[in-house]
Write a protein that binds this ligand. Structure first.
Ligand SMILES: N[C@@H](CCC(=O)N[C@@H](CS)C(=O)NCC(=O)O)C(=O)O
Length: 292
């Protein structure tokens, strides 16, 4: 029996974008996502059964649709023969008190963590969903996808997700990159609000375990090659929500500074005009490791 219901199939850059829906145990609700299959994964005559996968984690207020529709990652993914998974950013419709009161917490703002606070701990488990339940379900059903070759990227809150999931799970992902990631959530308003709500004020150890700058400071794994793009015209960067310099400094303190490539892109903002401009570089960065 299929785990996923395919609610639409859309031709895109020679491949197919599938709109999928499945019941998730970790988030206690139906989850929607998009899966881009490049031509090598859709042609029935293709002998290639080993299509690597790039996971793209979206930012605050997004669903799996934002980047699938206007990130233009599919063009390069099609050329390279890489599938892309665009998951949602939180559980939806759980009815938890407070989940719909603001755009930067709760619905659309799961922060890729497993919550421990009352009300949220039951279904706000995006860490387990992305690292475990979703890949198991996808690789169980889509036989052409190669579950041993997975990379991760993301934007803003999703960039925080990509960096932390990569750094917390050495070897699980072949590479990581990020667009304007929240690099030091324990020191910015978005992160502090989310971590207070999902972990509680008293759980500073958990806060640090999900902070990319804290994690890179302790990195003991293979040499890093992390690509980060941030626009100098990004208002959230100006408001000190992104703090990429803190990540670079922490990597330098740990002696792994050469493994972090931060590109400050002049004038670019936080939007999908920025992501679509540099998307090719990020898919190529992933492909370099996925196709090795
Ligand atoms: N709703 C927020 C903006 C939220 C926002 O910019 N979200 C980013 C991710 S952090 C995004 O990708 N939004 C969706 C889009 O641009 O398509 C505001 O009014 O300031």
């Amino acid at each position: 029996m299929s785990t996923f219901e395919t609610t639409a199939t859309i031709a895109s850059f020679g491949g197919k974008l599938l709109k999928l829906k499945h019941r998730a145990k970790t988030t206690k609700c139906d989850m929607n996502l998009n899966l881009y299959l490049p031509p090598s994964a859709t042609s029935s005559s293709s002998k290639d059964k080993n299509v690597p996968v790039l996971i793209y984690l979206s930012g605050l207020t997004c669903t799996g649709d934002n980047c699938a529709e206007k990130g233009f990652l599919q063009r390069t993914a099609s050329k390279k023969g890489v599938a892309i998974v665009y998951p949602d950013t939180s559980p939806r419709g759980l009815g938890v008190k407070g989940e719909d009161e603001s755009w930067d917490f709760g619905t659309g703002a799961g922060f890729y963590v497993d919550a421990v606070t009352e009300g949220y701990k039951e279904g706000y488990n995006m860490y387990s969903y992305i690292t475990d339940e979703l890949p198991k379900a996808l690789f169980g059903q889509f036989e052409k996808l190669d579950g041993s070759r997975v990379s991760i990227t993301g934007h803003s809150m999703g960039g925080h997700g990509a960096l932390t999931l990569f750094l917390k799970n050495p070897g699980k992902y072949k590479s990581v990159s990020a667009f304007s990631p929240i690099c030091n959530p324990i020191n910015c308003p978005w992160g502090q609000k989310a971590f207070k709500g999902y972990f509680g004020d008293d759980k500073q150890d958990l806060w640090k375990e999900h902070d990319a700058s804290e994690l890179v400071r302790k990195w003991k794994g293979d040499p890093l090659d992390i690509l980060i793009d941030v626009g100098t015209g990004d208002n959230f960067y100006k408001q000190k929500q992104i703090l990429p310099e803190n990540f670079v400094d922490a990597a330098k303190e740990a002696g792994v500074g050469e493994g972090v490539k931060l590109r400050m892109q002049p004038d670019y903002d936080h939007s999908y005009f920025f992501i679509s401009t540099f998307g090719e570089d990020h898919v190529e960065h992933a492909a370099k490791y996925l196709l090795k």
